[in-house]
Design a binder for this molecule. Structure first.
Ligand code: ADP
Ligand code: MG
Length: 682
């Protein structure tokens, strides 16, 4: 017997060339091959009569060869072989291109099973290049359900199937991870049968069953992984924080906290006193004031002699958090430092030394923070801002920074409930469902190009009143996609021809970290009137003086993204506006954008977005931190997801730490999955 981890090159027929092709499909081992699932099936189980064949619908039929195949040489490289076949309902002419095999194997007077689609018109029907087998041959390409695989150049479906079959014959499929009781309760196929049947089902119904089993399995593994993480954290001990006095902090704020902020902070203080590490998500729409919640937590940690690390997804955001925490904490005698990738090696070294020496109580930074080279003196709290960009795996790795580290994650992206379960199954949740007082909703309008003069006048009006504007474009530079606005070009146009007297700034993702920061900081200081940018400003950036957000080619953005962008304005006391431009004429697209103009409820927008685009796009590619699901599709398989979640929670409760073969196999799989998720993050 071979092992699942054996390389595919051990299979018959896999030399260097074939191995390369398989590599293109990310297939290296027998396991990869067995887990390369079909993307669909062709039902070739039903035999039709010739009379019943439908144009362009491939089907199987049994027919007798009525003459000896005749091959004619049309021109160099083109040979045509023609033959006529018949059953009791009719006759059909078959044509084959460059197929020697036909003339050698189709014999006059014998019957075969064919599979193909007729084409034709009133002059007569014809079939081109059908495949065929003799009646007594085993059903390989006809009389069966045919799996259709994702392929790569040079590798045919038949060749791939043959390899899969070979692999399944010489090694056991992945071990069973679903306990018998679960399988029985949810009517789930066993692993043995499922891995066979996903590739070679006896019927379409069995293919469905196999698929259901594998989807269930994926969700089960993932949910079980989250449950285990949660359980593991609950087992850890840490000294409860004694000092939870916040009055000096609260007194130093220029405003009073909202009720929601106070509740979230109370949740956190309670966690701090519990004696087990906190694992909490604070979810609140843009502008709901999450930073203050984080600050309160860091303040409390500092008062208990522990360091805090605040991680932001971008340097701009890290810089900004640094500024606001610095302002807040300096008078309170708490030292704050910044640590980002674009600092000089020396600056980084000094900051790290100070951190290790315990001279810094709060450090703000990007991912660079969590790299191994940063050591803390007594880290007590890790805060991850805009959490949807930090994956589950990173979360678990973070807690490895310290045994008893409290974890606080903050997300402004309202996550539809179904996905939240999946992403945050290991977290407690506090929701900020209240905006600071005095915020007016941002009025949003959808316009077309004919409004350009009015948009320009509107920008002028805002600037004349001492406010600032954002103009967001979908692209950085002009590319093949000519229809859409590029930030660099548009910034130029605005500066040269439209607003020569205004100060136009530019910000996009291709700029260096330090350039981005300088541009943003300068804009925040009021040194530019209009900031032309790409979605790099999407996350968190706070410029309360900005009152107008123009989003060019708004149809290019996801709804959740638009919502994030819109959240960049309306952060001060002045009335703010968001203008979407689009020359898209698709009624559905326009409908979607119009609906967006009317609602400010982030959760509603998120649900809508998920429906429209599916979970992958919902978070932007590769940013969800979710593992990629091979068979499951989150927007369609929600019922299975719920079942699997229920089943895994029950099962983990009962026997998560037991040592049955299934439990051990399950834990192995969880490990693999979370490692993979981590791999796709960077
Ligand atoms: P987000 O939840 O989007 O991260 P921020 O924390 O950036 O929101 O807060 C948005 C703005 O609201 C900031 O300018 C912040 O100072 C201000 N703010 C936060 N809490 C309050 C409050 N309770 N009252 C008034 N303004 C507040
Ligand atoms: Mg924020």
């Amino acid at each position: 017997m071979a092992k699942l981890s054996d390389p595919v090159t051990m299979l018959k027929g896999v030399g260097p060339a074939k191995a390369k092709q398989l590599e293109n499909l990310n297939i290296f081992t027998l396991r990869d091959l067995i887990c390369h699932f079909p993307r669909g099936y062709e039902d070739r189980t039903q035999l039709k009569t010739i009379e019943k064949l439908e144009v362009d619908v491939p089907a199987c039929f049994r027919a007798c060869v009525m003459n000896t195949p005749r091959t004619s040489h049309i021109r160099k490289g083109l040979d045509l072989t023609k033959v006529q076949v018949a059953d009791h309902t009719g006759r059909l002419n078959l044509t084959f291109f460059n197929n020697k095999y036909v003339s050698e194997n189709l014999q006059y007077g014998r019957e075969y099973i064919f599979y193909g689609a007729v084409s034709g018109d009133f002059i007569g029907y014809n079939m081109t290049n059908p495949i065929f087998e003799t009646l007594d041959s085993p059903p390989v390409v006809t009389r069966r359900v045919m799996p259709i695989y994702p392929l790569t150049a040079g590798l045919t479906n038949a060749a791939l199937l043959k390899l899969v079959r070979q692999a399944l014959a010489i090694c056991d499929p992945p071990p069973e991870i679903l306990p018998e009781s679960v399988r029985r309760e949810y009517g789930i196929l066993g692993a043995d049968r499922a891995y066979q049947a996903i590739h070679e089902p006896q019927s379409m119904a069995e293919a469905e069953e196999a698929k259901k089993r594998l989807i269930f399995e994926e969700f089960f593994v993932f949910s079980a992984g989250l449950s285990l993480m949660r359980a593991a954290r609950a087992e850890k001990k840490c000294a409860p924080y004694e000092n939870t006095e916040l009055r000096p902090f609260l007194a130093s704020l220029p405003f009073t906290l909202t009720g929601a902020q106070s509740r979230a902070i109370a949740d956190i203080l309670q966690d701090f006193q519990k004696g087990t590490p906190m694992n909490r998500l604070v979810q609140g729409d843009v502008g709901s004031g999450k930073t203050m919640v984080a600050a309160a937590a860091a303040y409390c940690a500092a008062n208990n002699g522990r360091q805090s690390a605040l991680m932001a997804p971008t340097e701009i955001l890290a810089e900004q958090h640094y500024q606001s925490l610095q302002r807040l904490f300096a008078p309170l005698g708490i030292s704050v430092a910044l640590l980002t990738g674009s600092m000089t090696p020396k600056e980084k070294r000094l900051t790290r030394e100070a951190l290790a020496a315990g001279e810094i109580q709060v450090v703000v930074g990007t991912h660079a923070l969590i790299t191994d080279s940063t050591t803390f003196n007594n880290l007590g709290l890790v805060i991850a801002d805009e959490q949807h960009r930090f994956g589950v795996a990173q979360r678990s790795r973070l807690s490895a920074k310290g045994e008893d580290v409290h974890l606080l994650v903050m997300s402004a992206t309202p996550i539809p409930r179904t996905l939240a379960l999946l992403m945050y199954g290991d977290l407690e949740v506090s929701i900020l469902d209240e905006l600071p007082p005095g915020r007016e909703s941002v009025d949003t309008f959808l316009v077309n190009e004919s409004y350009r003069p009015r948009i320009n006048a509107f920008i002028r009006k805002h600037v004349a009143e001492g406010h600032q504007c954002f103009v967001v474009c979908p692209a950085v530079e002009e590319n093949e996609d000519l229809g859409i606005k590029a930030a660099t070009v548009w910034a130029d146009t605005l500066q040269q021809t439209v607003f020569p007297d205004l100060r136009i700034a530019l910000l996009h993702g291709q700029m260096k970290g330090i350039e981005k920061e300088m541009a943003m900081a300068s804009f925040a200081r009021g040194e530019a009137d209009v900031m032309v940018a790409t979605t790099v400003i999407e996350v968190g950036v706070d410029v309360p003086n900005a009152t107008l957000m123009v989003i060019e080619d708004a149809d290019r953005f996801g709804l959740s993204q638009l919502h994030q962008l819109r959240g960049r304005v309306g952060r001060g006391s002045a009335k703010s506006y968001c203008i979407l431009t689009s020359h898209n004429r698709n009624p559905e697209t326009l409908q979607r954008l119009k609906a967006f103009c009317k609602t400010t409820d982030g959760f509603k927008i998120a649900e809508e977005d998920l429906k429209l685009r599916g979970p992958g796009d919902f978070f932007g590619s590769r940013q969800s931190g979710l593992p990629t699901f091979k068979v499951a599709n989150l927007s369609y398989d929600l019922t299975t997801l719920k079942q699997a979640q229920q089943a895994s929670a029950d099962w983990i409760d009962r026997c998560g730490t037991s040592d049955t073969p299934e439990a051990i196999a399950l834990r192995d799989r969880i490990g693999d999955l979370f490692q993979r998720a981590e791999g796709t993050m960077n």
